[in-house]
Ligand binder design. Structure first.
Ligand code: NAP
Length: 185
């Protein structure tokens, strides 16, 4: 990415973070769990079932907005309680209490209107959101998944400061990590 595009992406991120009502900054982030070989999904589902692994997702997103692709939403099957659920799709699908559908990740940030925004997959959502996020909560699942069909996109780890958190889990271990974007300007 050349300098002008980097500067433009940085400007857009700062604009999005402004909370219209309070003037305070909000967090624009993504949350993902990925295997050692970068798999996030298999057959339309999570390739693991690890007790307690989703606790961080709930803590971060409660009271905020969660943005997901249409397939991920259909896997969950209902709006997330206590959160604004925003589905990204090329079609007009869900518009009711607690849920709306938008056409792009940028429109999702607008629709979140002042609360923190967390992109929650799958691949197309992560790919489009990556240049916009300040922080990535990546849970590294310590397994290799064969025949995965959804992956976390490639990104430049050099753009982020990485904090490695605790490792948990019994049969399957997982490690919490936080990638916070380095300030460029
Ligand atoms: N490990 C994790 O943390 C994690 C998190 C989330 C999901 N997953 C897994 O990932 C898999 C699902 O992910 P997926 O990549 O197959 O599907 P997905 O991203 O959930 O949904 C794909 C659909 O979302 C819409 N979409 C995606 N990106 C878009 C964009 N940039 N602009 C406009 N619309 C966009 C399109 O909907 P339309 O077709 O309606 O236009 C597209 O067909 C499942 O296996 C799920 O379990 C894992």
């Amino acid at each position: 990415m050349d300098f002008d595009r980097l500067q433009h992406a940085s400007y857009i991120r700062e604009m999005y973070k402004k909370d219209d009502k309070m003037g305070k900054k909000r967090e624009i982030g993504l949350i993902v769990a990925r295997s050692e070989n970068n798999v996030i999904g298999k057959g339309g589902r999570l390739p693991w079932d690890i007790e307690g692994e989703l606790s961080q997702f709930k803590e971060l997103t409660m009271g905020n907005a969660v943005v997901m692709g249409r397939r991920t939403y259909e896997e969950i099957g209902h709006p997330l309680p206590g959160r604004k659920t925003i589905v990204v799709s090329g079609g007009d699908r869900y518009q009711e209490d607690g849920i709306c559908t938008v056409r792009s990740v940028e429109k999702a940030i607008d629709a979140a209107a002042g609360v923190n925004v967390y992109f929650a997959g799958g691949y197309g959502i992560y790919k489009a959101a990556l240049p916009l996020v300040d922080v990535m909560y990546i849970t590294e699942i310590h397994i290799v998944v064969e025949d995965g069909d959804a992956f976390f996109p490639e990104f430049d780890a050099g753009d982020f400061d990485v904090t490695i958190g605790e490792t948990c889990g019994d049969e399957i271990k997982y490690t919490r990590t936080v990638y916070r974007r380095k300030k460029l300007f």
